[in-house]
Write a protein that binds this ligand. Structure first.
Ligand code: SAM
Length: 282
């Protein structure tokens, strides 16, 4: 995925995520298996992963997406299997292959929303591999910063009156405050009571931490500048009508025996953090 002057510089980060999933898939103790990930990542994805790990001087830029992937795999499947939900919306789906990897209940409709250039490149790889989805997969080519993307989702067959489960994974960090709240507001208008929402968000400490600065600078140099963080992820979704749970990677339910450091309590300030948020529409 070559970045053209007019294209969104966040688009190639989808390849970095795919590279992390490809590397995970090679481990004997892998948390998931993503056979399409290496082809989706391509050399550019592995180069991003290497550069970000070098900048961070840690395996964090590879491990975080892996923990997050497995955490939200479990969340999405639980919502479908235990609550009978049959509509799944992956906002900023990137090169996510959950439509192919996971065993969905029959008649699950799965909507992947992302930029046209990302979904075009993804579909080319999927077609070449001859992969078949385990659900009804719908790709919806949209810019989530625009106001009219809900129309495209509705046209693709999504029914707002029925319960759904949404995931906004790896996106909010790159958006402005206005775009984050604009997006969450639209998601709320599109979801019936009882629907579920998962998302990940960084804290503000990440933006001021000398530890995180080299990686933030490396991202900014590539145009993928980090813009949004919050220390109150519960409030972020609560004000849009969601009852929220927050887990930090490494805590119970998001550890999987793989997170290397003990988690510092949230009351300790100045620590860079990420939050895995799950919520239910009230
Ligand atoms: N959720 C995927 C994952 O975890 O592998 C992809 C995460 S990747 C870090 C960020 C994704 O956000 C990219 O696929 C990018 O194209 C998408 N994105 C960024 N800005 C967007 C926008 N304005 N509209 C739609 N998608 C956007």
């Amino acid at each position: 995925m070559t970045v053209h002057p007019t294209s969104n510089p966040v688009a190639p980060t989808s390849r970095w995520m795919a590279a992390a999933r490809a590397r995970e898939s090679e481990r004997p103790d892998r948390l998931f298996d993503d056979p399409l990930a290496a082809a989706l990542a391509g050399p550019e994805g592995f180069a991003w992963l290497e550069r970000m790990e070098a900048a961070a001087q840690s395996s964090g830029p590879g491990l975080y997406p892996v923990i997050r992937t497995r955490f939200f795999d479990d969340f999405l499947l639980k919502a479908c299997k235990e609550s009978g939900i049959r509509q799944v919306v992956l906002a900023a789906a990137g090169l996510d292959t959950r439509a192919f990897r996971l065993e969905w209940p029959s008649n699950t409709q799965l909507y992947e929303l992302d930029l046209p250039e990302v979904l075009d490149a993804k579909d080319a790889v999927i077609e070449a591999a001859g992969a078949r989805a385990n659900c009804e997969r719908h790709t919806v080519r949209v810019d989530l910063k625009e106001t009219d993307w809900p129309k495209a989702l509705l046209t693709a067959g999504y029914r707002p009156e029925s319960e759904s489960v949404w995931l906004i994974e790896g996106l909010l960090f790159y958006l402005t405050w206005n775009d984050v709240h604009g997006l969450l507001e639209k998601v709320s208008t599109l979801t019936a009571v009882g629907s579920y929402l998962g998302l990940d968000v960084m804290n503000t400490g990440l933006f001021f931490s000398p530890v995180a600065w080299p990686m933030m600078a490396a991202l900014a140099r590539r145009g993928a500048t980090g813009r949004f963080g919050t220390n109150a992820p519960e409030k972020l979704t609560a004000i849009h009508g969601w009852e929220t749970n927050v887990t930090q990677p490494g805590e119970e339910g998001a550890n999987f025996g793989r997170w290397p450091r003990p988690m510092l309590p949230r009351k300790i300030p100045g620590v860079p953090r990420s939050f895995l948020v799950t919520a239910r529409r009230t």
